[in-house]
Write a protein that binds this ligand. Sequence first.
Ligand SMILES: Nc1ncnc2c1ncn2[C@@H]1O[C@H](COP(=O)(O)OP(=O)(O)OP(=O)(O)O)[C@@H](O)[C@H]1O
Length: 322
Amino acid sequence: MIINVENLTKTFESYERGNSFKEAFKSLFVRKTKVVEALKGISFSIKKGELVGFLGPNGAGKSTTLKVLTGILFPTDGKVDIMGYTPWKDRKKYVAHIGAVFGQKSQLLWDIPPLDAFNLNKAIYSIPDSEFNKKLNYMVEMLSLQDLVKKPTRLLSLGERMKCEFIMAMLHNPEIVFLDEPTIGLDVIAKDKIREFIIEMNKQGVTFILTTHDLEDVERLAERVIVINHGEMVFDNSIDALKGHLGTKKMVSITTHGPLPLLDMPGVLVKNKLSEYNVELELDVSVMDLNKFIDYINRNSTLSDMSLQELPIEEVIKDLYT
Ligand SMILES: Nc1ncnc2c1ncn2[C@@H]1O[C@H](COP(=O)(O)OP(=O)(O)OP(=O)(O)O)[C@@H](O)[C@H]1O
């Protein structure tokens, strides 16, 4: 195991400030503390070369976990062992082995070209010339950046900048890379390119932990998914198991020649009634047999079209959150 997290707990304490002027003034003298349990004892292990999706709704504790794992934040309790290091204690040595891309926070410098920032990292991590040039050319080529790395960062598009953020994070050959919303705000083409890049780096042995709200990122990239909610782990298994979680439910769209019959029956949940003849529904085939359902429609109307799909991953995750 390259990452071992045991019973990780993080509690934030902050002071409550009243809404009205009177309350705010009062809180200058009498301070009420507010305790937020961001992580309530989460444990997991990750093997070398895994690409794990780390999901959860807003405020679930994803960023707090990533901050602890990258050594930015120390936990209230619990143990973290990453390649033999305790991130917040061995930070200096540890950072040479990891990389990070935070979609909302840039590591590049606004007024200078990414190439200069790359050279800065070369010096910080003492990357030998030949190794640096080889890796840089390889990544620039793969991400189709070419001369763009010589333009000041502020002139680059968001997609071009994010690609440069990846180069910045990967130049020193980290074994583990933490990604926090790496495709946020990008167009489809840039997202695709970055996903291809992550897959390629993962094939070369780099371990990735990815937090995202973009479920397509997860479906395209992750084989394993950890879901947290209110600081607790609610799921840790393969992406297929996640989809199989509600495996007996299917999305069904039906169109009839005559008006639709009544659909108020066990195992059938109408999601979207598009017209008198067309409806989208969720069918639980363990409660309502598919053939029986089709029979019922045909007895009371005439089926002209039907499509059946697995439940989208969004629905599966929503169900886990609740
Ligand atoms: N420095 C802090 N001081 C006080 N509370 C904090 C601090 N940082 C985070 N929290 C609280 O801890 C909880 C977990 O926050 P965290 O940022 O880890 O969630 P998240 O899963 O990353 O959410 P999001 O998807 O919105 O980024 C939230 O209730 C948040 O308000």
